[in-house]
Design a protein around this ligand. Structure first.
Ligand SMILES: Nc1ncnc2c1ncn2[C@@H]1O[C@H](COP(=O)(O)OP(=O)(O)OP(=O)(O)O)[C@@H](O)[C@H]1O
Ligand SMILES: [Mg+2]
Length: 316
């Protein structure tokens, strides 16, 4: 399988007042193959959006490397146009991600113009109409404004805007979290269909484990800027190894009464990313803490089963 993107010890520290930093992402290493649907899962504030934005060079990293097709993009100040076009993002909130005073035609078409991908106004309109249809919308929307559309339609526009540039890598940041369940399912089906059609690679960011299970093929579970566990979605759901993952999974509603397990309620709050716990990030809330080593030594991400990585001293 061909590797598309590889992260090595990537960090993002946002400066905050004098000598203080928000450690949003704190040493993440992972690799994503071409045509993966790779899930980034974790509670609010765990660093998913920050990591996703670094992957496509929307924000700089503090340290570490990001290899895109073998080239370290952290060393580049401004991405060359072709690479920029290749990596697209669909943002979390369809209400703020579309310019309120631009018509749909200009929202979808502006990238085509910047990247000189069309030669005439006629070609531009034809292409936009083609992509509107692709995301299940008609030409009648061309001259409307975002406020005249529903949330689901806006997210379709955001998807069309990203895909019209013919990218190979798309970060989907909670693309359905603001939509109701039936619309959510439509957008997920659309995304799956488009992946087949255009051979896309997705990073799918979500805090919803149920969604992660149905759409992703691999997942990384994040907690306070670090990866706790990562591997094939099926093997992680079948056999969660990290105590944090176990706790997260224990609260997913299960329809089958036979499969119901005891809910694990984590004690305390998520610690502040200004001053994350030493040792294992999760030790202050862990129900399986084994001793001092958890408080002092940060556990490395270790391959415990085939392609199933865990960062926990239980598996030393
Ligand atoms: N521009 C910024 N300046 C300072 N701190 C930031 C900035 N962006 C994010 N952070 C902080 O970094 C941490 C991670 O934020 P991030 O948005 O990546 O989390 P997330 O996992 O996407 O959360 P959510 O599920 O709520 O979207 C948070 O503590 C956040 O407050
Ligand atoms: Mg986010």
């Amino acid at each position: 399988m061909e590797e598309l993107i590889q992260l090595k010890e990537i960090k993002k520290y946002f400066p905050w007042k004098k000598y203080k930093y928000v450690k949003a992402v704190d040493g993440v290493s992972l690799s994503i193959n071409k045509r993966d649907i790779f899930g980034l899962v974790g509670e609010s504030g765990s660093g998913k959006t920050t990591l996703g934005r670094m992957m496509i060079h929307l924000i700089d990293s503090t340290s570490g490397s990001i290899f895109y097709k073998g080239k370290d993009i952290t060393k580049i100040k401004k991405l060359e146009k072709n690479l920029r076009r290749n990596m697209q993002i669909v943002f979390q909130d369809p209400y703020s991600s579309l310019h309120p005073r631009k018509k749909i035609k200009d929202i979808i078409g502006s990238g085509l113009r910047t990247h000189n991908l069309v030669r005439s106004e006629g070609e531009l309109v034809t292409k936009i109409e083609q992509f509107l249809n692709l995301v299940g919308m008609g030409e009648e929307h061309l001259y409307r404004y975002p406020h005249e559309l529903s949330g689901g339609q806006r997210q379709r526009i955001a998807i069309a805007r990203a895909l019209i540039l013919n990218p190979e890598f798309v970060v989907l940041d909670e693309p359905t979290s603001s939509l109701d369940v039936s619309v959510q399912a439509e957008i997920l089906n659309l995304l799956k269909k488009l992946r087949e059609e255009f051979d896309l690679t997705y990073v799918f960011i979500t805090h919803d484990l149920y969604l992660a299970r149905i759409i992703t093929e691999k997942i990384a579970i994040m907690y306070l800027g670090k990866i706790m566990e990562y591997g094939d979605t099926e093997s992680i759901f079948k056999n969660p190894l990290h105590p944090y993952t176990e706790a997260l999974f224990s609260v997913i509603p299960k329809l089958d009464p036979q499969k119901r397990t005891k809910k694990i309620i984590l004690k305390g709050e998520i610690p502040s990313p200004f001053d994350p716990p030493l040792g294992c990030r999760f030790h202050t809330r862990c129900m399986k803490k084994i001793g001092e080593i958890c408080e002092k030594v940060s556990p490395p991400l270790k391959e415990v089963e085939e392609k199933h990585f865990v960062s926990c001293h239980l598996y030393d």
